[in-house]
Design a protein around this ligand. Structure first.
Ligand code: MD3
Ligand code: FE
Length: 213
């Protein structure tokens, strides 16, 4: 047998029970996804939402799908219409539905059909503090996240806020799937560093696909 000194490490790695990093899984679709995001943002523009405490979040957000996540002084929740326009959120493009389903299946969650896609846009300096995603109805459903553009340091903690968080770099085309025992882990991202990416310019785009209703 010959030793393969150039063997690549497996691009699809479990990072915790129930959590899988699919490195580069969305790379081939990246430009098409970004075109979809632009079309969505033309109808449901990115905006900074307010926390229930009255602080503007630093991340700019939009949504597509039959439900969209919002935050305002009344709290966090999913709604069928964009509060800025009164119109339904733009539909989830079939390409995005297929990508999210394929990633979930690859990570061991077959038959994932999201009804909500939250789109986060990070400018340099923008961060997301440690939180849990618990506004969805059914925690047996996974969450699929797609990272595009500038890389960021992602923090993944445990089930208690005080658990020490591990760090992971998320780069253009990476897909993360969180389900099972990882579904309620605390997570966040460090402030985005200055930079430019050929696909997005000076920003990072993250899409999270959820079965919210
Ligand atoms: C771990 N977004 O939108 S994506 C969020 O990069 C959110 O924009 C971050 O956290 C971002 O809620 C992180 C990775 C991610 C998404 C959902 C998770 C990790 C998760 C849900 C449970 C556990
Ligand atoms: Fe989250």
């Amino acid at each position: 047998m010959t030793l393969d000194l150039f063997a690549a490490t497996d691009p699809y790695q479990p990072i915790a029970p129930g959590a899988m990093l699919l490195h580069g899984f969305a790379l081939a679709d990246a430009d098409a996804i970004l075109a979809d995001v632009q079309a969505i943002a033309a109808r449901a523009p990115f905006r900074r939402m307010f926390t229930p405490g009255g602080q503007a979040m630093s991340v700019a957000m939009s949504n597509c799908g039959s439900l969209g996540w919002i935050s305002d002084r009344h709290g966090y929740r999913y709604v069928a219409a964009d509060p800025d326009s009164g119109q339904p959120w733009p539909p989830l493009p079939p390409r995005l539905l297929r990508l999210a389903g394929a990633a979930a299946e690859r990570a061991g969650f077959p038959a994932f059909v999201p009804d909500a896609c939250l789109i986060n846009r990070y400018a340099p300096g923008t961060r997301m503090s440690l939180h849990q995603d618990r506004d969805e109805q059914d925690f047996t459903q996974p969450i699929v996240s797609v990272s595009l553009g500038l890389s960021v340091t992602f923090l993944f903690g445990g089930l208690a806020r005080s658990d020490k968080a591990a760090r992971l770099t998320l780069s253009h085309g990476d897909v993360l799937v969180w389900g099972g025992p990882a579904r309620l882990r605390f997570h966040g991202v460090l402030p985005l560093l200055d930079g430019r990416h050929p696909a997005t310019g000076a920003c990072r785009i993250n899409l999270t696909f959820r079965k919210a209703g």
